[in-house]
Ligand binder design. Structure first.
Ligand code: UTP
Length: 271
């Protein structure tokens, strides 16, 4: 059963500088709603009960967004505005399911995941990267079904243009399980066009086993001196853990860059 999700939010967000020097990009509105709320709604609809946010002190604004009861109570008492009451109720619903852990130095996604170790209860958990919005079909929900069916870890996958493989983590496939799912042999971070084993890229949704924490504890920094989650996934694959790449049906929107962010607003407004 997948009931817990973790969301790493402690990165520096350098692609959205100068904005991210003072603001948490995950709170930026996409068609009027903060990006992080789309991620939370995806979790709720997929049956997730607990969400762990990994933030840093610099991102305390995210915690304040969800824990601002005094402000809401005061303003509601004064204005009795039904819209504000509705918004506050929505915030309360999210607040009930969120816990915060801190990663004050951005040592990498793997290090961020490791901070949640003592909170993970079941054998598997879901991880969502908030820059990657997937709309039209709930990707987490589909991945949970795939996990149940194949009794395996699952990573979201999307076909990308061969010329752009060096921007992504790329899967080395093992065999095709059905129309949408492949078992994988390896994941290679940002390969060159010549060496890329496929054009199937990793997108930010993962169902990972609790055993990944043991790998992360032993893991040395990799590319760029960071502790990458991909390196820990490679260690799992070396030990013959089954991991399925799921070609999701929804539409992928990249909100981590300014161009992508602008496009995502336009796309969502058309839905
Ligand atoms: P990225 O490194 O892709 O993005 O991290 P970033 O740091 O947010 O932004 P750029 O690349 O500098 O523009 C992927 C996800 O992992 C989180 C980020 O917050 C993002 O959601 N992350 C990354 C952490 O929580 N901790 C880290 O040490 C690194």
């Amino acid at each position: 059963m997948i009931k817990q999700a973790i969301i790493p939010l402690a990165g520096l967000g350098t692609r959205l500088l100068p904005l991210t020097s003072v603001f948490a990009k995950e709170l930026l509105p996409i068609n009027g709603k903060p990006g992080i709320e789309y991620i939370l709604d995806e979790c709720i609809e997929a049956g997730i009960k607990d969400v762990i946010f990994i933030i840093s002190k610099k991102k305390i604004m995210i915690k304040n967004y969800f824990f601002n009861d005094y402000f809401y109570k005061r303003i509601i008492k004064k204005k009795k505005d039904p819209r504000i009451i509705k918004e506050y109720k929505k915030i309360l619903k999210y607040k009930k399911m969120i816990k915060f852990v801190y990663q004050n130095k951005p040592l990498g996604t793997g290090d961020a995941v490791l901070k949640t170790k003592k909170f993970i209860k079941n054998k598997f958990f879901l991880m969502l990267l908030p820059d990657d919005l997937i709309v039209k079909k709930n990707c987490s929900k589909s991945m949970i079904k795939v996990h149940k069916r194949f009794k395996a870890s699952v990573m979201a996958s999307m076909n990308v243009d061969k010329k752009t493989v060096s921007r992504w983590g790329i899967f080395k496939l093992d065999k095709r399980l059905d129309k949408k799912n492949y078992s994988i042999k390896d994941v290679i971070e940002k390969p060159s066009t010549k060496t890329a084993p496929s054009n199937k890229a990793v997108i930010g949704r993962y169902i990972l086993p609790k055993t990944i924490f043991a790998k992360l504890m032993d893991q040395k920094p990799g590319k760029g001196g960071e502790i990458h989650i991909t390196d820990a996934i490679q260690s799992l694959l070396k030990e013959k853990n089954k991991i399925v790449a799921h070609n999701f049906s929804g539409k992928y929107l990249d909100c981590g860059s300014m161009n992508g962010y602008i496009k995502s607003t336009l796309e969502i407004s058309k839905l």
